[in-house]
Design a protein around this ligand. Structure first.
Ligand code: ATP
Length: 453
């Protein structure tokens, strides 16, 4: 079998996502809206598993971080102070030949001449700034005074609520505020499937600290975030840390790392970890006239805290997970002959369905009843799936393709028909090794919970 090229691999991934219900084009029956995606029954599970695990390790397992959930529609004052109204833009160029709108960094250059990447046209307009924020109006009037924005990042509501949260949580520095939610950017060229979308979700942490702790915490959070990606099953070899050079960093940032992943379409950013100094809180203090200072009871000092921000994209993480775990290999069919199989090797923690349960035959009532009993036994602990249709090998294959790590088959041994000692046992199949072991039904919840965690 020849190795598929990266473009072929990506095509197969996009097609699998649609065919099995991970990701669909948004408003598809109306021709679709560019840069917008809907997650199907399996995609939504992967997305939730990613977000829940992020929340678990950052908020629930730590004493120094609390959560919040801010509004999406944002007061223009917030985004003026943060610099987004003035400066959240990309330079845009139009190709006069094919009318494409292009980001300047997408132009190709041949023999020193800039060209349109779509048609090769050289007749390009001058670059102009294009603000990426979506503007809307709040209330019954539609004029300057009613403008609001769909937030382009979740971070700003954290800064704006900093004082309230500090007071109610009674945390001492260093401490963090975490948020997961939608963000919106009118990207000039949405592309590479969900990688660059116009509506996406972010998982952001603002970790506030004393000025002298900033650089050290930047290193700390970079390492913590790498661990996160490894713990959800992304291979370390495909993750890279880019130390963003001075000239590319925001002027207020003293250090930024991009955590990048080797997507089939190239090495691209998954997450930014930035030491943002006291820029955001200072800007909001200045613009709102409200104090956002922290009072240190020990030193009796008052100051604006500094902040380190790990900012990750949910959609990019889901896409990286699908790309990283997608594989094609060989597996035996019911006759023992080897056949091609497609498999998503999701970490059990991330897999949309943890375990599939099959009665060997669908027309044997006792097998079906027992299999449904096992569904009832496992359902309170995890997302399971019952399937009785088709040959058992085909059923395994369908689950392999969506990344279900475990498969349970109820057979005649389970009923004690061949050997009384095997009564109330089932086969437990592992997706990756394809090995089967015989385990007691009553042990299933503990065994599976252990392997998932
Ligand atoms: P890029 O350079 O790729 O546009 P960025 O540096 O502007 O990204 P940030 O503002 O640092 O991105 O946002 C933090 C994270 O939010 C990114 O690392 C990414 O995971 C996610 N993100 C940003 N823009 C998009 C988008 N258009 N679609 C999907 N995810 C996005």
């Amino acid at each position: 079998m020849s190795t598929p090229t990266n473009a072929e691999r990506m095509e197969k991934i996009v097609s699998l996502c649609k065919r099995r219900g991970f990701i669909f084009q948004s408003s598809e029956i109306y021709g679709g809206l560019n840069g917008l995606w809907d997650y199907g029954p399996l995609g939504v599970e992967v997305k939730r598993n990613v977000k829940n695990y992020w929340w678990q390790v950052l908020v629930h397992e730590r004493d120094d971080i609390v959560g919040m959930d801010g509004a999406i529609l944002t007061h223009p004052g917030v985004l003026k102070a943060s610099g987004h109204v003035e400066g959240f833009s990309d330079p845009m160029i139009d190709c006069r030949a094919c009318k494409a709108h292009l980001r300047v960094d997408q132009l190709i250059e041949k023999q020193g001449v800039k060209q349109c990447p779509n048609c090769g046209g050289k007749d390009l307009t001058e670059a102009r700034q294009f603000n990426l924020m979506f503007e809307t109006h709040v209330g019954a009037t539609s004029d300057e005074s009613s403008i609001a924005y769909l937030r382009p990042e979740t971070a700003q509501s954290i800064f704006v609520q900093f004082k309230n949260i500090l007071e109610v949580s009674r945390k001492k520095l260093p401490f963090g505020i975490a948020q997961i939610g939608k963000a919106f950017r009118n990207e000039i060229n949405p592309r590479n499937f969900t990688f660059r979308s116009r509506e996406f979700e972010q998982m952001e942490l603002e970790y506030f600290c004393r000025p002298d702790q900033g650089m050290e915490l930047l290193e700390y959070w970079k390492e913590e975030r790498l661990k996160f990606y490894e713990n959800i099953g992304i291979s370390r070899a495909s993750l890279h840390v880019r130390n963003v050079p001075d000239e590319e960093r925001a002027f207020y940032s003293k250090g930024t790392y991009d955590i990048e992943y080797d997507f089939p379409f190239g090495r691209q950013e998954l997450e930014g970890v930035a030491y943002r100094t006291d820029y955001d809180l200072s800007q909001h203090q200045k613009a709102s006239g409200k104090s956002l200072e922290y009072f240190d009871e020990e030193t009796k000092e008052k100051f604006i805290p500094h902040v380190v921000e790990p900012s990750a994209g949910v959609d990019r993480t889901v896409l990286a997970l699908i790309c990283d775990t997608y594989g094609e290999d060989q597996a035996p069919n019911d006759k023992g002959e080897m056949e091609a199989r497609t498999v998503l090797r999701f970490h059990p923690r991330i897999a949309p369905i943890k375990c599939a349960i099959f009665p060997l035959l669908k027309n044997k009532e006792q097998l079906v009843t027992k299999a449904k009993e096992i569904v009832g036994l496992l359902r309170p602990h995890m997302n399971v799936f019952y399937d009785e249709s088709g040959a058992i090998g085909r059923r395994y294959r369908r689950q392999d393709e969506i990344g279900t790590p475990f498969g349970i088959t109820v057979d005649f041994e389970t009923l004690g028909e061949k050997d009384q000692t095997l009564r109330e046992t089932v086969t437990l199949r592992d997706r990756d090794t394809m090995k089967q072991e015989r385990v007691a039904i009553q042990d299933l919840p503990a065994i599976l919970r252990d392997r998932i965690a």
